[in-house]
Write a protein that binds this ligand. Structure first.
Ligand code: GKR
Ligand code: MG
Length: 420
């Protein structure tokens, strides 16, 4: 059984005007859908970023995969390494460069290869990954401050979450998330307003959800000194389960760790295996939010979890705007990681479109059940793929740019970090 064809299709799907430290989400989020087709017609699926650099790399690699066995994951690595060269890791998450670009390309195709392996063997992907230690994977309510609608008419109706710029509006957003999806943990995307304002939002959330673990993620928007100043407020009454990326560098996180009274988490400063020695040396983070899309795939995610066990670092999962192929992959691997000790992030509730057959995967009781079909357990809705690809062609966005989008609202917007 050999690979006969590989297709990479860029897609764009509706995304609400969610605020973060860089600015605001554009009306269209980009992804790519990877199809690896066998000579008997079976199709393995993957999902990755939709920026030009990632698309360029995936396109340049795909020819080299034709003729490989879908079980030949080392052959896949070799093909990727031959094309995406040996630049040093720049430490940048997006768009991925150098090592990150390689890990991103391996991941995109590895998921599709594993999907095929599962289909051939008639086994769900989590069984191929060593078996599930849980039958459902918990996710958290991922709360964003947001504008009511996009600045320019994107040609589709505004989302029905409305404006969320006050504490009360955020509690309303959280209530809806919890009611609709049953989430037990809550994460607030911060770095948007002054830390004192965002902490007041956290207190309002605490009053509304007295027992839910809370987190805040300012995406490196705070200085070490600001984090020191607000630490007593964050620590009061055990407000936070963990504090995610208050500051922007590994060294700064190491400084914060000296006075933090709760675990620190990251998806920004420890983002490659090469960062782990220094992370451990500084005791800079106690939770790594893994992301198979840039750590190098599902098996790399398991390796990361094993390293986490070695050093007493907890594992959870990071998310960007994504479709059901990614959610299925995250859920399969999440089910196999014993030390997945925190509910994972997902942007999924913010997405209205879907590219998988049967529509969006359900999130119930805050969890996604393990897909039971062979491989990933999801298949493509080809009409949806064509529609979302048409969106990509029409929307004009080729690289995500939250800064540019924010300047449509505020021409003087300066995305400098730390902001506070
Ligand atoms: O989508 O606005 C966003 C997030 O801020 C995303 O870009 C981050 O990568 O969600 C991510 C995070 O946890 O840092
Ligand atoms: Mg984060």
């Amino acid at each position: 059984m050999r690979i006969a064809a590989v297709r990479v299709t860029p897609i764009a799907f509706r995304d609400p005007p969610l605020l973060n430290v860089w600015g605001v989400h554009e009306p269209w989020a980009l992804r790519s859908v990877i199809e690896v087709e066998l000579d008997d017609g079976k199709v393995g699926l993957g999902e990755s970023y939709g920026d030009l650099e990632t698309l360029g790399n995936l396109d340049r690699i795909k020819g080299a995969l034709v003729g490989l066995s879908p079980f030949d994951l080392n052959g896949l690595m070799k093909s990727v390494y031959a094309v995406v060269g040996g630049e040093p890791d720049t430490g940048s998450t997006f768009p991925p460069k150098g090592d990150k670009a390689r890990a991103t390309a391996v991941a995109a195709f590895e998921v599709a290869f594993l999907d095929l392996q599962g289909q051939i063997l008639g086994l769900p992907l989590h069984e191929l990954l060593g078996g599930a230690v849980r039958d459902r994977v918990p996710y958290s309510a991922y709360l964003f401050y947001k504008f009511e609608k996009h600045k320019e008419d994107p040609g589709y109706p505004a989302d029905d979450w409305g404006e969320v710029l006050t504490h009360e509006q955020m509690v309303g957003e959280a209530r809806r998330m919890v009611e609709e999806y049953g989430f037990g943990s809550i994460k607030l995307k911060g770095g948007v307003f002054e830390p004192d304002f965002e902490i007041e939002t956290l207190r309002a959330l605490r009053r509304a959800f007295p027992t839910a673990p809370l987190r805040i993620d300012p995406n490196g928007g705070w200085s070490v000194e600001t984090t020191r100043r607000v630490m007593p407020q964050l620590a009061a009454d055990g407000l936070l389960e963990y504090l995610e990326d208050p500051t922007g560098t590994l060294e700064e996180m190491g400084e914060v760790a000296k006075f933090a009274t709760m675990p620190l988490a990251t998806n920004m400063v420890t983002i490659a295996f090469g960062h782990i020695p220094r992370t451990v040396e500084l005791n800079a983070v106690q939770v790594i939010l893994s992301d198979h899309h840039y750590w190098g795939g599902l098996r790399a995610t398991q390796h990361l979890a094993m390293i986490g066990r070695t050093f007493g670092i907890g594992i959870s999962m990071h998310s960007n705007s994504h479709m059901g192929i990614s959610l299925a992959a995250m859920t399969h691997v999440g089910a196999t990681i014993p030390n997945l000790v925190y509910a994972c992030d997902t942007h999924y509730p913010w997405q209205e479109d879907e590219v998988t057959a049967g529509g969006k995967l359900p999130i119930k009781g805050g969890c996604v059940e393990l897909p039971q079909g062979p491989g990933l357990g999801v298949t493509l809705d080809r009409d949806a793929l064509a529609r979302l690809h048409r969106n990509y062609l029409d929307c004009g966005i080729r690289v995500r740019d939250d800064v540019k989008e924010m300047r449509k609202y505020d021409p003087s917007w300066n995305p400098k970090k730390p902001r506070f």
